[in-house]
Design a protein around this ligand. Sequence first.
Ligand code: SF4
Length: 270
Amino acid sequence: MLAHPSTGQAFASPVGPGSGWPGDPATPQTPVAADAARVVALSARAGSIPDLDAMVSVCRACPRLVAWREDVAHAKRRAFSDQPYWGRPVPSFGAPRPRLLIVGLAPAAHGANRTGRMFTGDRSGDQLYAALYRAGLVNQPTSVDAADGLSTDHVRIVAPVRCAPPANAPTPAERDTCWPWLNAEWRLVSGHVRVIVALGGFAWQVALRLPVAAGVPKPRFGHGAVAELGAGVRLLGCYHPSQQNMFTGRLTPVMLDDVFGKAKKLAGIK
Ligand code: SF4
């Protein structure tokens, strides 16, 4: 057992459901999806965002990813060896009725897989939340752990694959197994969403599988690309704020500001 860096409470790694981790949506009674068929069944019966978040956060349907996320949580990175690791699927973060939905790829092994919150505790998240703060979409520019007070009224951030994959590369089968969780999430938030921002080509392709994209032309991904989906929803492309993209200058803070400024305007967020 190690102490949470913010609250000081002791946790095992991975963290037990309902054991007091900040933001943990689950309890020991939350039903567990142990295979792809159960993901389909449980996601279909999710009646609310808290309900969905809870079931996502205890899912065990992908054996390779369950083993990886838990192995990483046990072994840890040297810099975080004194911290407990979440080591579970990472539920979406943000507003339950978002006007702007941001789609990423998957949790980072020592970022969200450690902190239990999307894009929290790694360099990608540093860039993303700083940009969202500059755009007036979150309340603070930093995101270090799940108890740091970060909040948003307008944005929800989702991962199409909710467990950290080796080499940041989920298999097509893992992507498809996790898909019903995103499909259910779309069912619960779609009445509010005006704009989707896809961070990278993987997210772009996944977004084009959403029901709102059925029957519309499907343009190729590019930074700044715009796709008109159904019901007036727009899909914007943005390079993923990965350490490599930011370090090489392929993506800059100004480019992120352009995308989120445009997304905010299109979404009608004041
Ligand atoms: S990737 Fe998705 S479906 Fe697979 S174990 Fe994680 S949460 Fe479950």
